[in-house]
Write a protein that binds this ligand. Structure first.
Ligand code: BGC
Length: 774
C-alpha cells in the first residue's frame, strides 16, 4: 500500500495565542518554490519581496518590487511594467567548503513559516552536508512596517558535529530581469566605510533612480567587529565575500544583514536624498531593535481590523492572510499609486491595476478603513488625464478609463498580445485594452459606493463627482444608435466574462453604463455645489454634455429577462452551443488547451461571474426570482477560470440566502492562494480574490448592504462558525457587529444615533448602546 503524503502546507501551527496566525511549509521541494515565494511574500505597501531563499535554486523566481516605479522597455509592443529591482536577499553560505543547498545532503527537519501577527518569515532547518556534517540553521526576515525602506535578515548557524569554517558571500545583485527584460541601467556600486554596500541604478526609460544599501554584522558570543572580507564588483552587482569564520561545535554564528532601498519617487525626497538616505541608513540599528518597531506597527494593524471567526481555525487564518496581504500590497504612503492584480508579489500582469481594485478590494476598505478607500479613488482622479486621452484616441468624449493602468495619467497599458494560440501557434491579440470598457462604470460605481457609506462631501466635491460625470460623458459618446430598433446599444465589447470577445450588448456593460449616466444626471441636478459645477463646466463643458446624457441614457438598451427569467449575457450568448463543463470545472487549465478562444467564444461558457456580478452590484434593480433563475442558469456554465470568480459567487449566493452554498464557495476561494495547490500562486498572490474573501465575510455573511441609501444588516452565519464579529464604519460611526448562532448584537461605538434596517424593521441605535437583532 502506498503511504499517503502529508500536505505540504500546515495551518495554525502555533499554540493558544498564536493559533490561526502561522502558515508553515513542512517539506522542502526544489520544484514548487513559487508557492511560498508568493504566499509568504513580505511587504509594506512601499515594497514587496517574494520570499525566495537566501541561497539560490534553479527553479526559483526571485522578485522585489517597489510600488509605482514603472518602466517601459522600448518597442511598439512593450508596455510599462513594474521592474524587478536588485536582489539583496541572496546570501550563499559555505559550511566547511560545502555550499548550503537543500537539494543536496539530508534534511532532518525543515519548516518555513509566515507569522502573520508580526509579519515575519522564518526557516528552521536541520541539515546534513553530503560529507555527513550536521548543521542547525535558522533564518528570520521582515520588511519593516515602521520604516518603509528597510528589510532585515538574520541567519543563525550552529555546527553540530564538529567545528566548522563558515564562509558567506552576500551583496546586492542588479543582474535581475523581468523574465528577460532588463529595466535598469548598469549604475554605480561602492563599498562605503568598509562596511556598507551601495548600488545606485536608474530605470532605462522612466528614469527613476534607485539606491540600495546593505550592511552585515557577524556575531558569535560577541560581535565580530572586522570580519575578513573581500569586495567583489561584477556587472550590476556588488558583493562582499566574508572569509572562513571558525565556529566551534555547538557554538552559534549569527549574521545580520540589514538592507534598505530608496527611490527618486519617494515623496519626502529632498534634493540631496541619496546622501540623506545614506546617513539615515548608517544610523540604522540591529535586527532585533528594528523588528520590535515593525512588530508594534503590525499590532496596530491587527487592532484596526478586528475580524474574528470562531468555529474554523482555517477560516480565521484565511481572513488574516487576506488582510495581511492587502496591507503588504496597498501603497498607503502615496496616492499616485494603486494596487496591482498580483499586489507586489510577482511579475504577472506587470504590476498593473484593473477593476479588481474598485470592485473587489475597495469594499473592504470602505467598511474598515474609509480613508484608504478614499486614497485609492484619488489615484483614479489623478489618472483622469490618461482616461481623457484614451477617449480622444478612440474618438470618444469624456474619460474612458484604461483597462490596465500603471503610472497615474499614463493611460492604457494593456499589452497588445498574449500567449500563443494552441491551435494556430500565433500570438493571440489581447482585446481587453480596446473592448473591456466596463471599467469606467466600475470606477464610477465604486465612487458612489464610497460616498453612500461615508457621506464624505469634501471628497465628492474635489474628486468624486468629477469621476462620475466624466465617465458618464464617455458613455454618452460611446452609445450607438440602432435605427431599426430605435434604441442605443453598446457593441463590440468584452464584459467581465473575458471568454466572449467582440460581443454586442453585454448586459453587465449596458446596465452599468446606464447606471453611470443616470447617477450623473442625479448628481448634476441635486448634488453639485455652484463652485463645483463651475469648475466642471470649465473642465468638461458639463452643461453641453449633460444635455446629451439626459437625452440619450434612457434609450440605452437594457437586456431584459426572457420568458424563464434569464437575462441574456449578450446578444448571442443564449443561442450558443452548451457543453458539459464538468470535466473542465475540475481541472481549469485544460479547457484552453483543448479549444482556442474562437471556439470558446462560440459556446455558453463563462470565465467568471458576469450577469451574476451585475445582479450583485445593482441588486436593488432585480427581484429575488430573477436572481435565482440566473444563478441556476449561469453558475453551471461558469468555469471559475479567474480567481475573481469564486468570491463573487459566494457573495451572490449569500444574497440569495443560500448560506451553506455561499460558505462552500467561500471555502474554495480561501484556498486559491492558501490551499495545497503548489502551483496556484507562482506568479503572485491573487489580490482581487483576497479582497473578495473579505467582501464575502463582511458583506455576505455579515449581511451589510445599502438599499436606497439606507444601511441594512441581515447577517447569516454558516453552520461551521459559532461566531463572526467585526467592526465597520457607517458615516464615520464605528459599529461592532457580533453574530452568534442564536443571536446577533450591534454595538454603536460612536457619539451619534445610528439608524439601520434589519428584517424589515428600522432600528435607531443610541450612542454607546447595543441592540439584539435577527
Ligand atoms: C480576469 C479579470 C481580472 C484580471 C486581473 C483576468 O483573468 O478575467 O477580470 O481583472 O484577470 O486580475
Amino acid at each position: 500500500m502506498t503511504k499517503k503524503m502529508q500536505p505540504v502546507l500546515a495551518y495554525n501551527t502555533g499554540e493558544k495565542d498564536d493559533k490561526s496566525w502561522i502558515i508553515t511549509e513542512t517539506r522542502f521541494s526544489n520544484t514548487s518554490l513559487g508557492k511560498t515565494e508568493a504566499i509568504f511574500a513580505l511587504g509594506n505597501g512601499y515594497m514587496g519581496l517574494r520570499s525566495a531563499s537566501e541561497e539560490k535554486y534553479p527553479f526559483e523566481k526571485r522578485g522585489f518590487f517597489v510600488a509605482g516605479t514603472f518602466n517601459k522597455f522600448p518597442g511598439p509592443q512593450e508596455v510599462s511594467e513594474l521592474p524587478n529591482a536588485a536582489d539583496f536577499l541572496n546570501m550563499e553560505m559555505y559550511l566547511n567548503g560545502q555550499r548550503f543547498d537543500l537539494s543536496m545532503g539530508k534534511i532532518y527537519a525543515y519548516e518555513k513559516s509566515l507569522h502573520l501577527k508580526k509579519a515575519e518569515l522564518t526557516r528552521t532547518i536541520l541539515w546534513e552536508t553530503p560529507q555527513g556534517e550536521l548543521f542547525s540553521l535558522e533564518f528570520r526576515r521582515f520588511v519593516s512596517l515602521a520604516d518603509k525602506h528597510v528589510v532585515g535578515q538574520k541567519v543563525t548557524i550552529i555546527p553540530l558535529s564538529n567545528a566548522a569554517k563558515i564562509t558567506v558571500e552576500s551583496g546586492i545583485d542588479g543582474q535581475v530581469t523581468n523574465s528577460g527584460t532588463q529595466h535598469f541601467k548598469e549604475g554605480s556600486k561602492r563599498l562605503l566605510k568598509n562596511r556598507i554596500l551601495k548600488l545606485e541604478q536608474e530605470t532605462t526609460a522612466s528614469g527613476i533612480r534607485f539606491v540600495h544599501f546593505s550592511k552585515h554584522q557577524f556575531r558569535k558570543t560577541t560581535p565580530i567587529l572586522d570580519p575578513n572580507h573581500q569586495v567583489v564588483m561584477k556587472r550590476r552587482a556588488v558583493h562582499q565575500h566574508f572569509k572562513a569564520i571558525t565556529v566551534e561545535q555547538n557554538e552559534s554564528l549569527t549574521i545580520e544583514k540589514i538592507s534598505a532601498v530608496y527611490t527618486s519617487l519617494d515623496k519626502d525626497n529632498a534634493t540631496e536624498w541619496v546622501e540623506q538616505a545614506q546617513t539615515g541608513f548608517e544610523r540604522i540599528d540591529t535586527y532585533d531593535a528594528l523588528f520590535e518597531e515593525h512588530a508594534q506597527q503590525w499590532q496596530k494593524i491587527w487592532q484596526m481590523y478586528p475580524i474574528e471567526i470562531q468555529g474554523k481555525d482555517f477560516d480565521q487564518l484565511a481572513v488574516r492572510f487576506a488582510i495581511y496581504h492587502l496591507v503588504c500590497m496597498t501603497p498607503s504612503h502615496d496616492r499616485r499609486m494603486s494596487i496591482g492584480a498580483k499586489g507586489l508579489t510577482g511579475e504577472r500582469y506587470k504590476g498593473h491595476v484593473f477593476w479588481d481594485t474598485e470592485i473587489f478590494i475597495l469594499p473592504f476598505y470602505i467598511l474598515t478603513y474609509p480613508d484608504m478607500a478614499r486614497q485609492l479613488l484619488e489615484y483614479r482622479w489623478l489618472s483622469l488625464d490618461g482616461a481623457r486621452k484614451k477617449a480622444r484616441d478612440n474618438n470618444y468624449e469624456g474619460a474612458m478609463f484604461p483597462w490596465e493602468s500603471a503610472w497615474v495619467g499614463e493611460g492604457e497599458v494593456t499589452p497588445l498580445f498574449g500567449d500563443a494560440d494552441v491551435v494556430t501557434g500565433e500570438a493571440t491579440p489581447v482585446w481587453s485594452g480596446f473592448e473591456e470598457q466596463h471599467i469606467s462604470a466600475d470606477i464610477a460605481f465604486a465612487v458612489w459606493q464610497y460616498y453612500e457609506y461615508t457621506h464624505d462631501d469634501a471628497f465628492m466635491d474635489a474628486y468624486g463627482y468629477e469621476l462620475i460625470l466624466a465617465t458618464a460623458i464617455f458613455w454618452q459618446s460611446r452609445l450607438e444608435w440602432n435605427d431599426q430598433k430605435s434604441r442605443y446599444e453598446i457593441n463590440r465589447v468584452i464584459g467581465p466574462d473575458e471568454y466572449k470577445e467582440h460581443i454586442n450588448n453585454n448586459a453587465f456593460t449596458n446596465y452599468m453604463a446606464h447606471w453611470n449616466m443616470q447617477k450623473a444626471t442625479e448628481i448634476y441636478h441635486h448634488h453639485l455645489k455652484p463652485e463645483v459645477k463651475l469648475r466642471l463646466e470649465e473642465n468638461w463643458q458639463l452643461s453641453h454634455y449633460m444635455a446629451k446624457i439626459e437625452n440619450k441614457h434612457h434609450k440605452l438598451y437594457l437586456p431584459q429577462p426572457n420568458t424563464v427569467g434569464i437575462i441574456p449575457q449578450d446578444d448571442t450568448y443564449l443561442s450558443k452551443e452548451i457543453i458539459d463543463l464538468g470535466p473542465y470545472r475540475k481541472v481549469i487549465a485544460s479547457l484552453l488547451n483543448t479549444y482556442n478562444m474562437e471556439q470558446v467564444n462560440a459556446m455558453q461558457i463563462s470565465k467568471q461571474a458576469d450577469v451574476l456580478m451585475l445582479l450583485y452590484l445593482l441588486g436593488d434593480q432585480f427581484s429575488d426570482e430573477i436572481k435565482l433563475a440566473n444563478w441556476t442558469y449561469y453558475e453551471p456554465k461558469t468555469l471559475h477560470d479567474s480567481s475573481l470568480s469564486k468570491s463573487a459567487h459566494s457573495l451572490f449566493a449569500a444574497t440569495l440566502c443560500e448560506t451553506e452554498i455561499a460558505y462552500a464557495i467561500f471555502s474554495d476561494a480561501a484556498r486559491i492562494d492558501l490551499g495545497q495547490d503548489l502551483a496556484s500562486s507562482d506568479t503572485g498572490v491573487h489580490a482581487a480574490s483576497l479582497g473578495g474573501i473579505l467582501e464575502a465575510v463582511l458583506f455576505g455573511f455579515g449581511g451589510i448592504q445599502i438599499k436606497q441609501g439606507e444601511l441594512h444588516i441581515e447577517p447569516q452565519l454558516p453552520a461551521a462558525w459559532q461566531k463572526l464579529s467585526f467592526r465597520f464604519y457607517w458615516r464615520d460611526c464605528p459599529l461592532q457587529l457580533t453574530i452568534e448562532s442564536n443571536r446577533t448584537l450591534v454595538r454603536n461605538d460612536s457619539a451619534d444615533i445610528v439608524q439601520f434596517k434589519n428584517g424589515g424593521r428600522l432600528i435607531e441605535l443610541a450612542p454607546e448602546k447595543t441592540v439584539f437583532i435577527h
